[in-house]
Design a protein around this ligand. Sequence first.
Ligand SMILES: C[S@@+](CC[C@H](N)C(=O)[O-])C[C@H]1O[C@@H](n2cnc3c(N)ncnc32)[C@H](O)[C@@H]1O
Length: 445
Amino acid sequence: MWTLRVVLAGGRESGLEPVLRLGQLLAVRGAQRRQLATAERQRALGAVYTPPEIVDFMVRLAQPAGRKCRVLEPACAEAPFLSAFIQRYGNTHELVGVEIDPEPLHRARLHVAQATFVEADFLLWEPSIPFDIILGNPPYGIIGDESHYPIYLLKERKRLYRQRSRTWFGKFNIYGAFIERAVELLRPGGKLVFVVPASWLVLDDFQRLRSYLAQAGGLQVYYLGKVFPGRNVSAVVLVVEKGGRGLQLYDGVSTLRVVKREYSGEMIRFETEEWSQFEREGMPLGRLFHIRFAARSTEVRAHPAVSNKPQPGHVPVLTGRNLHAGWIDYETCYSQLWMLKSRASELRDFYGFPHLVVAHTKGTRVVCALDERCYPWREEFHLIPRVQGLDIVAILRHLNSEQVQRYVSELYRDFVPHLTASMLQRIPVIGDFSHVKQFDFTQPS
Ligand SMILES: C[S@@+](CC[C@H](N)C(=O)[O-])C[C@H]1O[C@@H](n2cnc3c(N)ncnc32)[C@H](O)[C@@H]1O
């Protein structure tokens, strides 16, 4: 079992508390004889380098209020942000970089001699004096087992991170913990400028983080899209002015699209008058349907009526690839799993009656079809009516309509690579529901 070993970090930054170094972590994982290749180590620590034009933009946003500010770059690697900060604002500031990986840190010390560098885990590091400006590009990724998750070198620390965080929720993502910790280390009136994935704007796992940020300060969010070469991640620059209020959402670096004088942690979307009106006029889909996930892959595989060869009476277990707007391909077996159709409802009771299926994995698009034949599924959302008397065919057409596609793609862009249950729940359904029986708005979907 892994035990926490604490060593003093060798930084020149004053007031340092004991923090763990990466070398110690590798040692306790028994990896001291196995030199991790640099590229692999960087991948496992979430290293992605920031294009210089983004560094420039962020350094402009981080403009210091005085001549001697305390400036921090967490997860600094070779400290591109500190270096650009000096070029733009001169040498008078007190600059600190924190990095867990000694290799890039060594180069940072050579390149940015004016700064103080600390080899430490930023999430466990305890400086004694807060900062005026914190800027940079924190690591991204879910921490967990090497087999499933990118950030596996820090796996043993996950419990400790979670204990120290007030916003950690669900699988979370290391960048969320960096945002929270950085905001804590700002002095009142101080400013955070981070480039991070856009997923925190909409995912439920970041609900606590959004609420925390809403209370901590005024937010500016600059949506940049997929600006990291070779990475399929949509990014935003987040600015937090500690102690301020409200939210501003920019499309790109300068087009202000959404202004909220009061913000309290709700999803951050490209709201427009057209879509607000659509939402006011329609009934949210989540009020009309329970939105359920398909049976998980492991569950399907383990079921005694499922086989990996077609057999008499068996039908394909369907996946997202079988689902198309308005129709289902019942023939092709993409899952390579077959099941006795009469037992499909043992996996999920709703497989036993016709219902609407909506794609989860086709980007931020709504793709819906009616499963009339009651097949087993391994993926996608399943819509189970909460009320009697719904016109299922009209709702199916509406969900596949051009208007709904525009609603979803304009509000959520490509913040995440898939449609989420929360997005689906909010889709307005236009129609007269006065004849619909058994409304029960008190029950959560
Ligand atoms: C996304 S890279 C960014 C590097 C640099 N800011 C840039 O833009 O070029 C993230 C860096 O975080 C470092 N890192 C990962 N986990 C860390 C932790 N817990 N504490 C400090 N640094 C960490 C990685 O070693 C990597 O250098």
